[in-house]
Ligand binder design. Structure first.
Ligand code: ZN
Length: 345
């Protein structure tokens, strides 16, 4: 992603955080006011605290205090007020911490920084943001390399598929480390785990805080159409982002012949990424010959020439999974299936 759009995003995030901080402090103040209405002595204690801390400041600057006490006396006065306040709260069954600000992250008080270091809560928020912007559908978030199930493949292709998985994982590792790397083209029949591998790569890249956009080819067509014909500025922006994210994943290049204009746009995106040495993952169930017919030799040779080709083998895993998950769902034969109706005989 370009650094200016990153800057805009982090500025937005910082002001969002500041607003949320102010809201939490206003919450605390409202709780405080309510409580002081109910227990007036708490207000007086609060007032005393304010004067004590002012006097401590004066004494530190060498000015005389207004309460006529020295530092030690002021400190022990504050301590006994604190005890009184806690006792009052307990008597009224107010839970401890009721008068504190309820930070989501007490460690950084929701500023996102401890000193100059980014707090973990901010790092997590940035990652969540990347996921949100990636377009990766929620259903694919769980598709990670450690959940890639080799046992779903026939025994004779398991070793091959383990190799494909490892190649994909190595590729994701290089994207994360921002090492120069070729793209990947995953080829093979429907239901053989192409989408799983695409999303496992995207998940690993996003989890490491790199930028990624995941699109099915159908999404890409919509995007191009919206950007061109509906002149949607948002689609135009996303289209530009396709060229600059760390990883672009185009899942499911299909057999439907796109218009010449779409092929041109696709070429522009892929070419810009190749020139900038940014990798792209493409998956398709078309053969090489079909790919060339649909997307032209120019586009396909540009992609293939800068990609590692991986072929997925085996049977349709989606069907296999369905039958494994729901063996009881099959209609049962014989008299038991119609038990209720049988009673009416
Ligand atoms: Zn934090």
């Amino acid at each position: 992603m370009s650094s200016s759009s990153q800057d805009t995003i982090s500025r937005e995030r910082a002001s969002r955080r500041e607003l949320a901080r102010q809201r939490l402090m206003a919450d605390r103040n409202a709780r405080q006011l309510k409580l002081m209405g109910a227990i007036p002595r708490l207000g007086a204690i609060q007032d005393r605290f304010a004067h004590i801390s002012l006097d401590l400041g004066r004494l530190a600057l060498g000015e005389p205090g207004k309460l006529g006490r020295n530092v030690d006396e002021l400190r022990s006065l504050a301590e006994s007020l604190r005890e009184e306040r806690d006792r009052l709260l307990m008597e009224h069954r107010i839970p401890p911490g009721y008068l504190e600000v309820w930070w989501h992250c007490p460690k950084c008080q929701d500023t996102g920084y401890t000193g100059v270091q980014k707090c973990l809560c901010l790092v997590q928020e940035e990652i969540d943001d990347l996921y949100h912007r990636s377009g990766l559908p929620p259903a694919l978030l769980a598709q990670t390399f450690d959940r890639f199930d080799l046992s779903l493949y026939p025994p004779d292709v398991r070793e091959h598929m383990a190799g494909v998985r490892d190649d994909c994982q190595r590729f994701a590792g290089r994207v994360v480390a921002v090492l120069p790397t070729d793209g990947i083209v995953i080829i093979g029949g429907v239901g053989r785990g192409k989408t799983f591998l695409c999303s496992a790569i995207a998940n690993q890249v996003l989890q490491a805080g790199r930028t990624c956009i995941y699109l099915t080819f159908a999404n890409l067509l919509d995007l191009i159409r919206e950007a061109r014909f509906e002149e949607s500025p948002e689609s135009r922006m996303t289209l530009n982002l396709l060229e600059s994210v760390d990883l672009l994943t185009l899942d499911d290049l299909g057999a439907e012949k796109p218009s010449e204009f779409v092929v041109q746009e696709l070429f522009k995106v892929i070419n810009a990424r190749i020139n900038a040495r940014r990798p792209t993952v493409v998956s398709t169930n078309l053969t090489m010959t079909q790919l060339e017919e649909v997307y032209t030799v120019r586009v396909v040779s540009r992609i293939i020439g800068t990609s590692q080709l991986l072929k997925v083998e085996g049977e349709d895993i989606r069907l296999l999974k369905k039958t494994r998950q729901a063996p009881q769902a099959r209609p049962r034969a014989g008299g038991a299936a119609g038990g209720g109706r049988g009673d009416r005989k």
